[in-house]
Design a binder for this molecule. Structure first.
Ligand SMILES: [Zn+2]
Length: 239
């Protein structure tokens, strides 16, 4: 099967913390990935850069954030595209939904990974969810032909938000990222603007691996990422 993974993040760093392992694993297995960063996270997720120099311009923060995310994407082997929609607050317009619909239609992903529906601690993450929900439906025409280029409806997951319980996130899919954890660590190391998250997400991968081992009995899993499926999966056999 042709494996194409589309990862949509509201801010340029989101894919690194929440999905770098899943992306690297897809590529390791011969698939391709495209990361969409709707914004650079220049206002809401660049606290350390602003602390360093409160007088710096927003443009200079964007440039640093673009460089960091590009480096991280290179390490895990994915293409990344920046939409520069502006964050905190990110605003959705019809044109932006159409832009995302075109991206989905052009890339034709089998799987889309994005934010959870709720995130009471971030104003942009639920908007990214909404945008993906709309664009995915427009590009797949709800199963019938429509005005947009129609593709088969991609499988769709939410990746893990920072405060899962308070965001209503219930993981039902664990990806064994043990073989690519070094890449995730190296990618996280690129994100200087959000240094404090590195240890947190390394520990989380270890904790999720504990859950994955208990669920599956596979003792080889050392690191894992957890996701929640947004649509039922259709399979040809229950085995
Ligand atoms: Zn974010």
């Amino acid at each position: 099967m042709n494996k194409k993974l589309l990862v949509v993040g509201a801010h340029s760093g989101d894919f690194v913390w929440r999905a770098a392992g899943t992306i690297a694993k897809t590529i390791e297995e011969g698939g391709t990935a495209l990361v969409i960063a709707m914004t650079y996270g220049e206002r809401g997720e660049s606290g350390e850069l602003w602390k360093e120099d409160p007088k710096r311009s927003e443009e200079s923060v964007k440039i640093i954030r673009q460089q960091q995310a590009t480096k991280a994407a290179e390490i895990i082997g994915t293409t990344i595209q920046f939409l520069d929609w502006g964050d905190y607050p990110m605003v959705l317009t019809n044109d932006r939904i159409k832009q995302l619909t075109t991206i989905i239609g052009d890339f034709e992903p089998n799987v889309i990974l994005t934010h959870s529906e709720k995130d009471p601690f971030n104003p942009d993450h639920p908007l990214a969810f909404q945008a993906v929900q709309q664009a995915r439906l427009l590009s797949s025409g709800a199963g019938v032909p429509s005005a947009f280029k129609n593709i088969d409806p991609p499988v769709w997951y939410s990746f893990e938000p920072h405060q899962p319980e308070l965001s209503g996130f219930i993981p039902d899919t664990f990806i064994d990222i043990s073989s690519v954890m070094e890449k995730k660590l190296a990618a996280m190391n690129c994100m200087g603007a959000q240094n404090y998250l590195k240890d947190y997400y390394a520990e989380l991968a270890g904790r999720r691996a504990n859950h994955a081992r208990r669920i599956s009995g596979n003792k080889e899993i050392k690191f894992a990422e957890a996701h929640q499926s947004m649509v039922p999966r259709v399979v040809s056999t229950i085995f």
